[in-house]
Ligand binder design. Structure first.
Ligand SMILES: C[S@@+](CC[C@H](N)C(=O)[O-])C[C@H]1O[C@@H](n2cnc3c(N)ncnc32)[C@H](O)[C@@H]1O
Length: 266
């Protein structure tokens, strides 16, 4: 038993970057039952997770490391823009980002909407490469809304509303929002090019969209109708290339990170 737990911990250590273990543990993972770990495995496909304390610790460390990397990458931006009053997260999974950002005190008193759906398998990869990309792509749902709610409650997040993506198209959400963000969701697992049509009704002139980009991401003509910047973000996996975050708005953006031309030289 003890040996098994130690091995799991070691495997976890060899997966995560050294800095990942020192991340502030703001997102707290609840005890891992079989049911909880089964749901988490659908989203955290790269971790060897079991229903034990070592796996709970590993997932918590990875979740906080990823959230801290995103927080640090975005801080120069957040310091230069007004505090968003209305925030939407697309594909929050189990809420690691919203918990981390809330506990960091980024948006006290802001209205937070979360948009995800229940799912039983992870199939989004092949869909990302489909041309033309299909949307809505319901096969990409791999969340668990009751568990998301339980994680938020466990972490003491009180003010939020969850919208079920299976029941409600994006355009039906109560926009506009000041900030819309998604990590490892829009722009990563499915095409932002196609998604922009669904997102635009939720924008006002200064809405800020932030999302993780897939390493295969390429610029597309419509992107030039928006202001864009590209930020580097630490990857928590050992020896992995840094991630890129896209910032997009109809209005001007602060001069953080790189421009489209610098990020994608012709
Ligand atoms: C890879 S997970 C990322 C979860 C979380 N953002 C994170 O970084 O840990 C992708 C999430 O997007 C959700 N998702 C997939 N398709 C979606 C859609 N059409 N609308 C909203 N959420 C979606 C999935 O259910 C899943 O929770």
């Amino acid at each position: 038993m003890f040996l098994k737990a130690s091995l799991n911990r070691l495997r976890g250590r060899s997966i995560l970057d050294a800095k990942a273990s020192s991340a502030e543990q703001l997102f707290l993972a609840p005890p891992f039952t079989e049911e909880v770990v089964e749901a988490i495995r659908l989203i955290s496909t790269r971790l060897p997770l079991k229903a034990d304390e070592a796996s709970r610790g590993l997932w918590q460390r990875e979740s906080n490391a990823a959230a801290e990397a995103e927080y640090e990458a975005l801080l120069p931006l957040f310091e230069k823009v007004d505090k968003p009053k209305r925030v939407l997260e697309i594909g929050p999974g189990f809420g690691r980002s919203v918990v981390f950002f809330t506990k960091k005190g980024l948006w006290p008193g802001s209205e937070i909407n979360l948009y995800d759906a229940n799912g039983t398998s992870t199939k989004y990869k092949q869909k990302f490469y489909e041309h033309p990309p299909r949307w809505p792509d319901t096969s990409s749902f791999c969340g668990n809304l009751p568990l998301l709610r339980a994680m938020l409650d466990y972490n003491g997040v009180e003010e939020y509303e969850i919208f079920d993506a299976e029941q409600l198209p994006l355009a039906a959400l109560p926009g506009p929002y000041d900030l819309i963000y998604g990590f490892y969701s829009i722009g990563f697992h499915w095409s932002l090019e196609f998604y922009l049509d669904d997102l635009e009704p939720l924008f006002h002139e200064r809405t800020l969209l932030v999302c993780t980009l897939n390493k295969n991401f390429r610029s597309f003509p419509r992107l030039e109708q928006f202001s864009t910047r590209f930020l580097e973000c630490r990857e928590v996996k050992k020896n992995a290339h840094p991630l890129r975050l896209l910032l997009l708005s109809k209005g001007p953006l602060p001069e953080v990170g790189r421009s489209l031309a610098e990020a994608f030289p012709r």
